[in-house]
Write a protein that binds this ligand. Structure first.
Ligand SMILES: [Zn+2]
Length: 278
């Protein structure tokens, strides 16, 4: 069904969302951080075990950063690191002859998830420009409930659902989250895996007027002493998007109005901003 698939996620454990898809397609799998979170204990080894059982192969970017390092880079506005990462991801997609990518959706829940989505979109643009091929670009919900509008829905049979729940339960570091999710949504929520076309542009437009939820979460955690700094969209995340060539058409429109230009006389703009897969 999905030929030469790559899965690209921010954190180890996200692959549980698409466990059966991995069994069916045996993708290459890219993961930005080692999942060490605040505890400093990496959980990427549990993902290695899961991938091996599901038949997926780790890619060149696999647990590259600790979560602390990732957030430090964002806070320090080290945008070049992310541009290099997008270039590296693009090269890997070419090396693996990837034709289809599925990964984290931009949800405004966690800045690393949103950066991951921007890296995917940016890398795909590079691959398309270099290869002349159009790649399929799908997202899956990591935090939000899967929304309507899935263009690919995979219904798990009983055996596949059993294997998925066994994999989730065996993922020691995710145990509490898995139990909570099963308690909240029940087993049936695990029985369908949904991919939808990347909705990056719509989220970018939303963030122009409504700050992502991670800002409020960060403020609470700074207030309780758990975090030292708040990661903010405009200050820390949007500059990375800019470096990656991911910008909102809304923001671009406003800038053009300020410059007294009209959209019609901006040649090539659509190509540069058209990140929604066809
Ligand atoms: Zn995550």
């Amino acid at each position: 069904m999905l030929r030469n698939l790559a899965i690209v996620v921010a954190h180890p454990g996200h692959e549980l969302v698409v466990h059966h898809l991995m069994e069916r397609t045996q993708p290459s799998y890219f993961c930005l951080t080692d999942g060490s979170g605040c505890s400093g204990q990496p959980r990427i080894e549990s993902t290695s075990t899961l991938l091996q059982r599901a038949g997926a192969t780790p890619g060149a970017i696999y647990g590259r950063f600790s979560d602390r390092e990732f957030y430090r880079l964002l806070l320090a506005q080290q945008t070049k690191v992310f541009a290099d990462l997008a270039g590296e991801l693009a090269q890997s997609l070419i090396d693996f002859d990837v034709r289809c990518v599925a990964g984290d959706a931009m949800e405004g829940f966690n800045p690393a998830h949103d950066i991951c989505r921007a890296l995917i979109d940016s890398a795909i643009s590079v691959v398309e420009a270099r290869s002349g091929r159009v790649l399929q670009n799908y997202e899956f919900a990591v935090y939000d409930a899967p929304a309507n509008g899935a263009s690919i829905s995979l219904q798990l049979d009983d055996a596949a659902l059993e294997r998925k729940i066994a994999a989730a339960t065996a993922y020691r570091e995710m145990h509490d989250e898995v139990e909570a999710a099963l308690g909240r949504a029940g087993r049936s929520a695990y029985a369908v895996e949904s991919l939808r076309p990347a909705s990056t542009q719509a989220m970018l437009e939303r963030f122009e007027t409504t700050p992502p939820a991670y800002e409020a979460t960060g403020e609470q955690r700074v207030a309780t002493g758990r975090y030292r700094d708040v990661i903010r969209y405009r200050e820390h995340v949007r500059p990375v998007f800019g470096e990656l060539g991911i910008q909102t058409t809304a923001a671009e429109r406003l800038r053009m109005i300020a410059r007294g230009e009209s959209e019609a006389n901006t040649p090539g703009k659509r190509d540069a901003l058209d990140l929604v897969p066809r």
